[in-house]
Design a protein around this ligand. Structure first.
Ligand SMILES: *[C@@H]1O[C@H](CO)[C@@H](O)[C@H](O)[C@H]1NC(C)=O
Ligand SMILES: *[C@@H]1O[C@H](CO)[C@@H](O)[C@H](O)[C@H]1NC(C)=O
Length: 316
């Protein structure tokens, strides 16, 4: 190709939008801001202030991969949430222990999920990541039902069982081969959940089956459950395990893993999701509004070495 044609080809590639975002790096947003949902304080948390919290590990996890974080507090109006949605580049639904149908967390999740569906349908690329409770909440939102079942997975590290469909997943595509091998052979994913979506209930629910591609499963010895999934037609991703715990949580109990492979697995999931957020162009209406919204306005509280979360942000 002679130089003028090369220039034209690049220009054409840059003008054509979404499918070419990967080719045309000028279209990426290298200052992504990701919203993290707060949830009702854990009953009996001696450190709690106000009504809601975000475990700091989720914030560090996103920051480690090149994003900044905006906390999304509970008890705001739908209009305020819509304004936040139009200012951020992605959403993380963290783990925790609230009701998936009646909590404020579930209410906010639904507002943002619906907005994200609408945005993506209109070619406004908006990614969502769910971890543990976040995955569970996403299954409730997609199916309009709570189809979870109890499993014996409260504090255990497991290797992932990859499905054939994971071979052409977006999420695992850029993972190094030796990391995928560790993930599939070594007990490096931390599980801290009582509830799971069984493969059985997933397969019997047409909405879930149509919406999510299953990338990995696990079993508690009795039931096979979904441990990693991504939506077929939306940039929505979810893990039942806890990538953020390996580098950033330090409670000393079974199921916690801090090996180099587990920390790498954590980083690659974060890097993947932040790269997805880089494809979104939402922004705050001004620098001062952005400044007021960022998590830097809050200080995390150290909850002690045996806290399930070593540091928490608390909100009114
Ligand atoms: C399927 O979902 C129902 C709730 O609708 C739940 O009671 C049941 O335990 C689940 N079964 C399995 C095998 O996951
Ligand atoms: C590792 O995971 C397997 C399940 O694949 C489980 O049977 C085994 O107990 C685990 N080992 C440890 C040390 O947790």
């Amino acid at each position: 190709m002679s130089p003028p044609f090369a220039v034209l080809a690049v220009l054409a590639a840059c003008l054509c939008g979404v499918p070419l975002l990967v080719v045309c790096s000028d279209h990426l947003n290298y200052r992504p801001i990701i919203g993290v949902l707060a949830q009702e304080n854990i009953v009996g948390d001696p450190h709690a202030q106000g009504s809601s919290y975000i475990a700091a590990s989720y914030v560090k996890y996103l920051e480690s991969a090149g994003a900044r974080v905006v906390p999304i507090k509970i008890h705001q109006t739908d209009e305020e949430y819509e304004k936040i949605f139009n200012s951020i580049n992605g959403l993380l639904l963290p783990g925790g222990d609230v009701d998936l149908e009646t909590s404020q967390f579930s209410r906010l999740s639904k507002i943002f999920y619906d907005l994200a569906i609408k945005a993506n349908d209109a070619s406004d690329y908006f990614p969502i990541w769910g971890t543990c409770q976040g995955l569970q909440q996403m299954t409730v939102l997609t199916s309009n039902k709570n189809l979870l079942t109890l499993t014996d997975t409260k504090a255990v590290a497991l290797p992932l069982t990859f499905t054939p469909a994971s071979q052409n997943s977006r999420l695992f595509k850029a993972f190094p081969g030796n990391l995928l091998q560790s993930l599939s052979e070594d007990n490096i994913t931390s599980n801290f959940h009582s509830w799971s979506l069984s493969l059985q209930n997933y397969s019997r629910n047409a909405k879930l089956k149509r919406f999510y591609k299953i990338l990995t499963t696990n079993t508690d010895g009795r039931r096979e459950f979904i441990s990693t999934m991504e939506a077929y037609h939306y940039p929505f991703y979810a893990v039942q395990w806890h990538p953020e715990k390996s580098p950033f949580e330090w409670v000393d109990k079974p199921g916690m893993v801090h090996s180099a492979a587990s920390v790498r697995a954590s980083f690659y999931t974060a890097l993947f999701f932040v790269s997805e957020a880089m494809k979104n162009r939402h922004k705050f209406s001004s620098a001062s509004e952005e400044g007021r919204a960022l998590i830097y306005n809050y200080s995390p509280v150290f909850t002690g070495l045996d806290g399930i979360f070593v540091q928490n942000y608390y909100f009114d």
